[in-house]
Design a protein around this ligand. Structure first.
Ligand code: SAH
Length: 265
C-alpha cells in the first residue's frame, strides 16, 4: 500500500499536491487520493473548480489565491494556517497548479514548514508547459528539432535582475533547445526583442492559454510576431509561450491554411 502522507507523531499531516494544468483527468492517482482524504485544503488560484469538487463534502476548503479580485493571501499567513491545522490533527492538503516544484514557490513553503517541525510530502503534478505543448500534438524534444528543453519564468522575483534572454537565445540556437516560458505574457514584447538577438525572426512560437481546460485557446506565429499576436488574439494569463523548431510543422500548417482556403474558394 502506498502512503500518501507522512504522519507527524501525535499530529495531523501536510501534503503538497500538484493539481496539474486544470483537467481533473490529468491528476495522478496519488494526488486524487490525497485530495479525497484531506480534511483541510488550501487551494491556489490556478487549481480548477472541477478538481476542488473532488474533495470530501466535509473538508474545509480555503482559497488562498487572488480569486474575487482580492490580493492573494500572504505566504507567511498560508504557512501559519497549515501549521495550526496540522497541530490540530488535520489532514492538510496544499493544492497548487501544475507541479508544486515548478515555479509554484512550493520549495519555499516546504522549507518553512520543515523548519517549523512539520514534515511535508510532495506529490508531483503535470506542469502546464508539458500539457500545453502536448495539446497541440507537438513533442517538446522531437529529435529532428531539439536536443532539450528549458522551462523558464518570464517574471523574475522582485529585486532579481531576471533572465539574460540574449544569452539564452544564443544558447537555445546553438544547442537546439525548446524554450517553455511561464508567466511571460505581460513581458512578451521585451522577451521577443531580446530573443531576436540570438534566434532567427522566423523561429516558430506558440502561446497557449488555459491548457487542458475547455476554455483553452492558442495561437501559433513566428518570434517576430509574438507580441502582436498576443495582443491581436487577446491571449492573457495563464498562458505559456513555447519557442522552438519543434513547432515548425504546426506553424507551416497554419501558414498553409489561408492559402488552401483561398485555393478552394
Ligand atoms: N506550478 C505551475 C506553474 C505556476 S506559475 C505548473 O507547474 O504549471 C503560473 C504560470 O503557469 C502561469 O502564469 C502560466 O504561465 C502557467 N500556467 C499554469 N496553468 C496554466 C494553464 N492551464 N495553461 C497555460 N499556462 C498555465
Amino acid at each position: 500500500m502506498t502512503h500518501i502522507t507522512t504522519p507527524h507523531p501525535g499530529h495531523g499531516s501536510c501534503t503538497l499536491v500538484g493539481a496539474g494544468p486544470g483537467d481533473p483527468e490529468l491528476l495522478t492517482i496519488k494526488a486524487l487520493k490525497a485530495i479525497q482524504t484531506a480534511t483541510v485544503l488550501l487551494v491556489d488560484d490556478l487549481v480548477s473548480d472541477a478538481i476542488v469538487a473532488l474533495a470530501s463534502p466535509k473538508a474545509r476548503i480555503v482559497h488562498v489565491g487572488k480569486r474575487g479580485g482580492c490580493k492573494s493571501t500572504p505566504q507567511a499567513f498560508i504557512e501559519k494556517l497549515i501549521l495550526m491545522a496540522v497541530r490540530e490533527g488535520e489532514t492538510v492538503v496544499r493544492l497548487k497548479g501544475g507541479d508544486p516544484f515548478v515555479f509554484g514557490r512550493g520549495g519555499e513553503e516546504v522549507e518553512h514548514l520543515q523548519a517549523a517541525g512539520i514534515p511535508v510530502t510532495v506529490v508531483n503534478g503535470i506542469t502546464a508547459g508539458l500539457a500545453a505543448v502536448t495539446s497541440l500534438g507537438v513533442p517538446l524534444t522531437h529529435r529532428e528539432h531539439a536536443h532539450g528543453v528549458v522551462f523558464i519564468t518570464g517574471h523574475a522575483k522582485p529585486g532579481d535582475s531576471g533572465t539574460d534572454w540574449k544569452a539564452l537565445a544564443a544558447t537555445a540556437h546553438s544547442a537546439r533547445l525548446t524554450l517553455v516560458i511561464y508567466m511571460g505574457v505581460s513581458g512578451a514584447q521585451h522577451i521577443q526583442d531580446e530573443l531576436l538577438f540570438g534566434l532567427p525572426a522566423n523561429t516558430p512560437v506558440a502561446v497557449i492559454q488555459n491548457a487542458s481546460l475547455a476554455s483553452q485557446r492558442h495561437a501559433v506565429c513566428t518570434l517576430a510576431e509574438l507580441e502582436h499576436t498576443i495582443t491581436r488574439e487577446k491571449l492573457t494569463s495563464p498562458s505559456v509561450i513555447v519557442v522552438g523548431d519543434v513547432l515548425q510543422g504546426t506553424l507551416a500548417l497554419q501558414q498553409a491554411l489561408p492559402e488552401a482556403r483561398a485555393a478552394c474558394a
